[in-house]
Design a protein around this ligand. Structure first.
Ligand code: NDP
Length: 283
């Protein structure tokens, strides 16, 4: 039976460390880490994420500003706001909640954020830093996954690691972080042949597919660490991961639930990046 990896508990422990570091930083420098969160439109999932980010700022003693813009906001207006925040010394991190409405070019908006304030680590300059292993910021979700893997005590070095999904925000940076810890990494996607067999090789399996219960028991090596990044909303409104939890639980060695696994880690890592961004301004 797999050990359940408790994302809430790991996240709380990391947040306690960030809080202590933040208090010390404010005492030493008089600078309060500041995060600006921009939401365009009224996507219900995005509203929940933004609310949780504000709550995390309050909990950790950060300064925060939030901008709730209507869905019809023009691209130029959003870019002007980003530009204003780029120059605002109280703000160390700028987060534009994705997805944006179709008439706004996401890439252009991400490029407009100065890399020093790009706490999501989506800007090409920060992605480049991730590739060469010289981090300014760690990408939030993959960094959260690494914390969860570390919490198991299982070392990544020398392990077969399989990441299912190759998106720019999860799959690709995830593969890089595992590689930097000396895992032997395979990245799978919708054109991968023999996916089941490839997944079964994994000592560490990370699912970031966006399909409910995609990973079944016959895709999991006995004893493997299985991390479920997926957040899928079912017809009955319940949340469900990319891993068939009940079926995989008897096979895996460690397993994250959804909700309560990777989800709580992502915002915590965002706070870590915002503190790092604030620290960089006084170094
Ligand atoms: P994307 O849709 O951008 O990427 C999904 C990836 O899965 C693609 O690379 C795609 O392959 C691959 N894929 C889709 N179908 C299959 C298949 N049948 N076989 C193999 N691979 C397949 O999703 P994201 O990376 O943005 O997110 C993935 C999941 O993680 C989602 O459920 C999302 O909600 C969740 N998420 C959770 C976060 C958290 O905080 N916990 C944060 C971010 C995302 P291809 O490239 O070939 O199309």
């Amino acid at each position: 039976m797999a050990v359940r990896i408790d994302g809430k508990a790991v996240s709380a422990a990391v947040r306690a460390r960030i809080k202590a570091e933040t208090e010390e930083f404010i005492r030493a420098t008089g600078v309060t880490p500041g995060l600006a969160v921009i939401l365009v439109g009224s996507d219900p999932a995005s509203q929940v994420y933004v609310k949780n980010k504000k709550k995390a700022c309050e909990e950790l003693g950060f300064y925060s500003e939030s901008y709730d813009l209507p869905a019809e906001t023009a691209e130029g207006e959003l870019l002007a706001l980003v530009e204003k925040l780029n120059g605002d010394s109280r703000i160390h991190g700028i987060l534009v909640q994705l997805p944006l409405p179709a008439h706004i070019d996401e890439k252009k908006v991400i490029r407009a954020i100065v890399p020093q304030k790009d706490v999501d680590a989506f800007h090409a300059e920060n992605v480049g830093h991730i590739m060469i292993g010289d981090y300014r910021f760690l990408p939030c979700t993959p960094a959260g996954v690494m914390e969860l893997i570390h919490s198991t005590g299982v070392k990544v070095e020398g392990k077969e690691c399989v990441v299912v999904g190759r998106s720019n925000i999860v799959g690709k940076p995830m593969a890089m972080l595992l590689l930097h810890e000396n895992g032997t990494v395979t990245v799978c996607h919708s054109r991968t042949a023999n996916l089941k067999e490839v997944c079964r090789r994994a000592d560490i399996l990370v699912a970031a597919v966006g399909r409910p219960r995609f990973v079944t028991a016959d895709m999991v090596k006995p004893g493997a660490v299985v991390i479920d990044v997926g957040i899928n909303r079912l017809e009955d409104k319940k949340l469900c991961g990319d891993v068939d939890y009940d079926a995989v639980e008897p096979v895996a060695g460690y397993l994250t639930p959804v909700p309560g696994g990777v989800g709580p880690m992502t915002i915590t890592m965002l706070m870590k990046n915002t503190l790092a961004a604030a620290k960089a301004t006084v170094e």
